[in-house]
Design a protein around this ligand. Structure first.
Ligand SMILES: *Cc1c(COP(=O)(O)O)cnc(C)c1O
Length: 395
């Protein structure tokens, strides 16, 4: 059976070009970039190239890029650095819809370290209230951390505008742009954004590599202290294959950026339209226009998301319910709950996330199969829609 992979916000396949570029760095060019001999030193040159490609994709300069082990490390590094370089400020501003890499770090900082966290709420389309943003950022704010795009719904946030507001208060801004990089244009050089996190494996590079952008002139305190690597901003021998792969992935993302993302968006829109036309009591979660081109989060009322995924799995379709990090528990998604999505739709919400490797035929197959799955599950349900509705009112 063919696999139809529509879970690209969880992870992506490594591009063939990336894989080919990486291979020699395991077996032939395994030198340490810090070595004095040419065998190692020539590898350092490759890191320089990767850093240049990475910077170019972000509209940044190479000195502003630090390679890390991924999105989570970049998030922790940025937020902890801001707190330690601004010890007089004891407040963090963030949103209720962040990835666990930011969300759980902030909860920890509040519970264990005594910081005050100001949680920004979102409306039913997943959008922030900019008046609330303005009011909550004060002279006590060390860092504002707002994701560029949400991994579950694809909703995008006005981080450039938020960074301007924060800068006027002397606060730093961090953005988790793991889902945004490569999907929407980013040009950091004219913004007030101090830190940006990205991850290789969401961008067709391997797992275990990422980067942190640190705006020139931003005071910085490293997370990993050790050797002089990464201009003494991140100690430890470099993950050379990862770094080379991330540089290649950045180069590929820049190639045909517009065409590829337009093609992906067209497939996403077709999937959305096809499913809404064929399935009753289905709704899109998140702002319909202000969304990443590749993401569709759709709630099928009165069905269990896990059951839908199991049925899809039988057809070779990979999607996800809630966020990958909360699946395995029956906890409904914190993002959809923050948006006030009705209980009856939260549990039946499915995220489809596409990439440039998907085809129109695959999308047509999913449009064909999904209505059958939903109908079967609704028929099997011990509740009819009315009793279920009544039960939900009580909860
Ligand atoms: C995947 C993801 C992360 C975590 O990145 P890792 O490289 O897996 O640590 C952080 N934030 C968002 C929005 C993500 O989608």
């Amino acid at each position: 059976m063919k696999t139809i992979y529509l879970d690209n916000n969880a992870t992506t396949r490594v591009a063939d070009e990336v894989f080919d570029a990486i291979r020699p760095f395991f077996t032939e060019r395994y030198g340490n970039p810090s070595s004095m001999h040419f065998f190692g030193g020539s590898v350092a040159r490759e890191i320089v190239n990767s850093r240049e490609n990475m910077a170019k994709l972000l509209g940044a300069s190479p000195q502003e890029i630090v390679f890390t082990s991924g999105g989570t490390e970049s998030d922790s590094t940025a937020i902890l650095s801001a707190l330690s370089t601004m010890p007089d400020r004891r407040e963090i501003v963030t949103t209720r819809v962040e990835h666990p890499a930011v969300l759980n770090l902030c909860k920890y900082l509040a519970r264990v370290k005594g910081y005050t966290v100001r949680w920004l709420s979102v409306d039913k389309l997943g959008m922030l209230d900019m008046d609330e943003v303005k009011n909550v950022i004060t002279d006590n704010t060390a860092i504002v951390s707002v994701m560029w795009a949400n991994n579950e719904t694809g909703v995008m946030y006005p981080v450039e505008e938020i960074a301007k507001i924060a800068a006027a208060r002397g606060a730093l801004t961090h953005t988790d742009a793991v889902q945004a990089v490569g999907k929407i244009p980013i040009n950091l050089n004219k913004t007030d954004i101090s830190f940006l996190s990205l991850s290789g494996h969401k961008l067709h590079a391997p797992k275990g590599i990422g980067a942190l952008y640190i705006k020139r002139g931003t005071r910085f305190s490293p997370f990993m202290i050790g050797g002089h690597q990464e201009f003494s901003r991140r100690g430890g021998t470099e993950n050379v294959p990862g770094i080379v792969g991330l540089g290649q992935a950045a180069r590929l993302a820049m190639k045909n950026f517009e065409e590829e993302n337009t093609r992906v968006k067209k497939m996403r829109d077709r999937l959305q339209q096809g499913l809404l036309e064929r399935i009753s009591q289905a709704r899109v979660n998140g702002h319909p226009g202000n969304r990443l081109p590749n993401t569709l989060n759709i709630g099928f009322e009165f069905v269990e998301g896990e059951a839908i995924l199991m049925k899809m799995d039988e057809k070779g379709i990979c999607a996800s319910s809630g966020s990958a990090c909360t699946s395995g528990s029956l906890e409904p998604s914190h993002v959809l709950r923050a948006m006030g999505v009705p209980f009856t739709a939260v549990h039946g919400s499915i995220r489809f996330s596409l990439s440039r490797y998907n085809t129109e035929d695959e999308i047509e197959f999913v449009i064909e199969e999904t209505p059958r799955i939903i109908t079967t599950l609704r028929a099997m349900s011990p509740f009819n829609l009315e009793t279920m509705k009544a039960a939900c009112v009580v909860q």
